[in-house]
Write a protein that binds this ligand. Structure first.
Ligand code: MG
Length: 409
């Protein structure tokens, strides 16, 4: 090895630690509120740089994927795959993803769990190269690197009654939201008249100028006939879309529904835990909005690939984000450079944990829009001091061996 090559080798950035953190609110309820707990992942390097990511999945199930003992060559945990590896640029992030997924071939939860680490790797690469992630993606795909503002839609749950829903909508309108999505709760559970009254309440509370979206929360399962009837009944209130009327994997039912061209466009995809799942919904399910959670599908790159597929199919890509603004940052970088993909799911009623998680949440600017940050990496910082009280110490022992232990950040 020549001196020059040796020097270059010595300066390569190496991963020295991969730490998952389980955080939770004191009381967890059955409400469809994904901000009640979370799994954060911090990746540290020998340069002092550290990257962060967040998973939208069961925290402890995912945490296990970081530390489970090796079963054989296809069940090797994420930490083992990453620690000691070099990370200099986007190619390394892709190479490491391939390695992690190959080593975890037979771990069912691998994409959910790896999402946090993958996002952290991109955060690190961006910091290392001094560029925001969206620009790295633009360079890789040789596409425009101009970021465009997004219209944030407040993402909230339906109230228990139409009257409650109306009050929630009025509150959002007073806070300046020009778009809002109402979901889950009573939708689909008390008959057509109540469903229609819920949507009517959302529309009248938000006003005629606003965009409203309806999230049925997978309530009709495989029943595409009921989903079609509701889409037709809701059309009088002009929602931008009807989201997840059917089960996430009811691909044939989605296909049957969308072939009838319902008067309200159909959205789905937040449950996608691989690129292939999202592709199935687009190609065979015929959805017009595909909603991807970078914290579930395996991180930034598979999300970006779905964005590219949406562009090829002439449908709209939207983020799914029901976590903190750390997740929102990851989501924004994926589709910041496409001006036609102009809607942003914006968590508007999350837990204290989710609201305190980053030092500077993304503000809604005076023009009503949200913009990606022109800072290296994700462009947000985790406020460990502010969320320390929510950190749940975890210790996993097998026999006399401690295979995982976290007390503090
Ligand atoms: Mg949804």
């Amino acid at each position: 090895m020549t001196n020059n090559r040796k020097e270059l080798w010595l300066t390569l950035m190496k991963i020295v630690a991969v730490d998952p953190f389980y955080l939770r609110m004191p009381d967890i309820t059955t409400a469809a509120d994904g901000t009640q707990d979370t799994l954060l992942v911090r990746v540290r390097t020998d340069t002092g740089l550290e990257g962060w990511g967040e998973c939208d999945a069961s925290p402890l199930v995912s945490l296990a994927v970081y530390c489970c003992p090796m079963s054989h060559g296809n069940i090797i945990n994420i930490r083992t795959s990453l620690i000691g590896e070099t990370l200099e640029g986007p190619d390394d992030a892709l190479r490491l993803s391939e390695k992690v997924l190959r080593n975890g071939l037979d771990i069912q939860q691998i994409q959910h769990a790896y999402s946090g680490a993958e996002i952290a790797l991109w955060d690190l690469v961006g910091q290392r190269l001094g560029k925001p992630i969206y620009r790295l993606l633009a360079e890789m795909s040789e596409t425009s690197d101009i970021a465009h503002p997004k219209l944030p839609y407040a993402s909230v749950l339906f109230g228990d009654t139409p009257e409650d829903t109306y009050q929630i909508a009025v509150g959002l309108r007073e806070r300046g939201y020009r778009a809002a999505k109402f979901g889950w709760g009573p939708m689909g559970k008390f008959g057509a008249a109540n469903d229609i009254a819920l949507v009517e309440a959302a529309r009248s509370g938000m006003g005629l100028e606003a965009q409203i979206m309806i999230d049925a929360g997978v309530v009709w399962g495989n029943d595409h006939e009921t989903a079609y009837q509701r889409a037709e009944a809701f059309a009088q209130f002009s929602p931008t879309w009807l989201e997840e009327p059917l089960a996430p994997d009811a691909i044939d039912a989605y296909g049957a529904l969308t072939q009838r061209n319902p008067s309200v466009p159909i959205a789905a995809g937040e449950g996608s835990d691989t690129y292939r799942t999202a592709e199935d919904l687009i190609v065979h399910g015929g959805v017009q909005f595909v909603q991807i959670d970078a914290g579930r599908i395996g991180g930034i790159m598979p999300s970006f690939q779905v964005r590219q597929l949406a562009e090829q199919h002439g449908i709209q890509y939207v983020n799914h984000t029901f976590k903190s603004h750390l997740s929102l940052a990851a989501a924004l970088h994926v589709f910041a450079t496409n001006p036609d993909f102009d809607l942003l799911e914006y968590p508007a009623a999350g837990s204290e944990l989710s609201q305190r998680l980053v030092t500077e949440p993304f503000p809604v600017k005076s023009d009503g829009m949200v913009r990606v940050r022109e800072l290296p990496g994700l462009g947000v910082r985790v406020d460990t001091a502010a969320i320390r009280d929510y950190l749940a110490p975890v210790r996993i022992e097998v026999g006399t061996d401690t295979i995982f232990a976290v007390q503090d950040f």
